[in-house]
Each structure stands twice: as C-alpha cells, then as structure tokens.
Design a binder for this molecule. Structure first.
Ligand code: TMP
Ligand code: MG
Length: 316
C-alpha cells in the first residue's frame, strides 16, 4: 500500500516499507504492547541484515535463570537453579532458610537500579561465595539432583522448547551462559527434552568426590556481573567460529557482556526480559537492550525473530 503514495520521496518510502514489512506482516509480534524499543529502525535493519546472512552466520547466546525459564507462574516465583537446591532431599532446614535469607538480602541489590555495577560486584561475589560454601557444607548428593529438579516446579518460558528445537533443526549453536548451577541447569533442559547437540553451556559446575558428594565448585566463579570474563573463554568454542551474527537474550544488565568474546561481530541484537521492578528499571533497560520485553513470560518475540531470520531468503 505504501508503495502507492506518489508524493513520498524514496528514502521515507523505503523506511516505511521496511517498517510495514516487519511490524505489520513479517514480524507482527513486534507490535505487542509489552515490546519496547529505543531505536526501532536499528532493530529492523539488524534483523534484515541477519536474515540476509542466514542461519549459517548466526549464533544465539542466552542467559538461563529468568530468561529461558519463567520468572513467575500463577503469581508464584519460579525457582532458579540455585533455588532448586533448596530442597530437604539435599539440604537441612536451617541451611535452606539461610539460603533464602541470602536471596532476600542480595537479590534486591542485584536488581537495584540506583546502584552501579561496580558497587554491586563485590556484593555479588560475597553472595555466590556464601551460597556455594553452604552447599558444600551440606554435602549435596549428585544422585539426588534429578529428583530435586523433578519436584521443583521449574518451568521454561512458554514456547521456549520451540526455540531450542528450531535452533537444533537449523544447526544454530545455542550458548547458554549462566551464573546458576550448571549440573542443575543440564538436568532442567534434559527433563524438558531439549538438551540437543547444538547446546553449549558455561556455568558454575559442581565438583563431586568419588562417592558423588559435592566437595567444591569447578573453575572460576560466575556471577551476574562477571560474564564478560567467561565470554572471552567461550569464544574459543569451535562451534561458534564463523558466526558473526548474535542474538543475545538476558534478564540482567550484566547479561549484555555475554557477547564480548565474539571476534569481529557483524550484527548483535540484544533482547532483555524486564521481569520485575519495571518502572524503576525501564529506562536503563531501554537504553541498554535493543528490544525490551516487559513482564512477558513467553518466547514469542525471540521465536518470531528467529523464524524470520532463518526462513529462506527472498530474491532481491
Ligand atoms: P543466571 O545467570 O542463569 O540468570 O543465574 C543467576 C541468577 O541466579 C541470578 O539472577 C540470581 C539467582 N540466584 C538465586 O536465585 N539464588 C542464589 O542463591 C544465587 C547465588 C543466585
Ligand atoms: Mg538471569
């Protein structure tokens, strides 16, 4: 329709045509009320460029807790991988309470829009260190993890399985980069039948002794605000080589550094789930992520974008 307005000069017509294509027909989901964009045009151009390059140039980098998993369900918080361990199968009541108290102290700091990341950094290290020490003291048993996940009520975001399946089908690598607990994360995706061969995970992994009892955590601690360091390490993964286009998904401002290791990126599109403290954090999220999804418990937008990028290219 836009093509038939004769008095519009060409650049305006072109922009309107792209906008029309993306919002009105090809990605109608972007017009949802929960979608915020600082620069809609940049988003459109990036998606367009990614589609031109095709699935073979793409990698997806995603956070796990509260990004691939839901934030809440039926008014109740959905457990994170750490929360899943707060179970009498694995820990005594006193330690479970201590872990909850730590969460109630430090999570508000993690998401506090009035504090700088520099200010939060040592507090996050403090939180993760205390929790990991507590877990080691509790002598967590490897053979109980599957059962703890089963009864936990953990849930992937609606239609998240579709995202996993489509990426596997298109052979697009999915790098899950989590400050949660890797062993628990693997169990969650295993039980959802989506631990496909294109999935790569960077997380805090447990180190069990020969009897299957937790004795330490492996490697360098990953918390919400030091993902940049792990990102550089992850960039060495062979599966990610030659894929300069990145779709990044996260729920924390710290997640934005997950693509910092990608060498010579061409296009990076960042999507941020703004789960809570919406009014306080909206501005900082809109300034930081290309697309912000407000209280959206579905994978509709990433799925729609992916489906668009990976569908066959039209002749120019
Ligand atoms: P993510 O990087 O996969 O999102 O995992 C980090 C989240 O885990 C972070 O947002 C806070 C959460 N967390 C807990 O829920 N309980 C804990 O004890 C800790 C240390 C973190
Ligand atoms: Mg998260």
């Amino acid at each position: 329709m836009i093509y038939h307005i004769p008095w519009l000069h060409t650049p305006v017509r072109t922009v309107l045509a792209i906008w029309h294509q993306l919002t009105k027909s090809e990605i109608p989901e972007l017009a949802k009320g929960s979608v915020l964009m600082r620069e809609r045009r940049r988003v459109e151009e990036t998606i367009h460029a990614m589609k031109q390059a095709g699935a073979g140039s793409l990698q997806v980098i995603s956070d796990f807790d509260m990004t691939l998993t839901r934030f809440s369900h039926d008014g109740k918080r959905v457990p994170t991988t750490h929360n899943i361990l707060e179970n009498r199968l694995l820990m005594n009541e006193d330690s479970t309470k201590k872990m909850r108290d730590l969460l109630n102290t430090y999570y508000p700091i993690e998401i506090d829009a009035s504090r700088s990341i520099e200010e939060k950094l040592p507090l996050m290290v403090e939180w993760w260190t205390k929790v990991h020490e507590l877990l080691i003291q509790q002598r967590i048993r490897k053979d109980m993890l599957a059962q703890a996940v089963k009864v936990s009520g953990t849930m992937l975001r609606d239609d998240c399985r579709l995202l996993f399946d489509r990426l596997a089908e298109q052979q697009v690598p999915l790098l899950i980069f989590s400050a949660g607990v890797g062993d628990v994360l693997e169990e969650v995706i295993q039980q959802n039948h989506v631990f496909h061969s294109n999935v790569h995970i960077i997380s805090n992994y447990m180190d069990f002794d020969h009897t299957g009892v937790l004795q330490a955590f492996k490697g360098q601690l990953i918390h919400t605000y030091n993902k940049r360091e792990g990102a550089v390490h992850a960039a060495g993964l062979r599966a990610l080589q030659g894929r300069p286009n990145v779709l990044l998904l996260g729920d924390s401002l710290g997640d934005l550094t997950m693509a910092d290791g990608v060498s010579q990126p061409h296009n990076i599109l960042t999507i941020g789930f703004l789960n809570d403290q919406v009014e306080e954090r909206k501005e900082s999220y809109v300034n930081a992520f290309d697309i912000v999804l407000v209280k959206d418990e579905t994978m509709d937008i990433p799925n729609a974008i992916l489906s668009h990028i990976t569908s066959s290219r039209k002749k120019q």
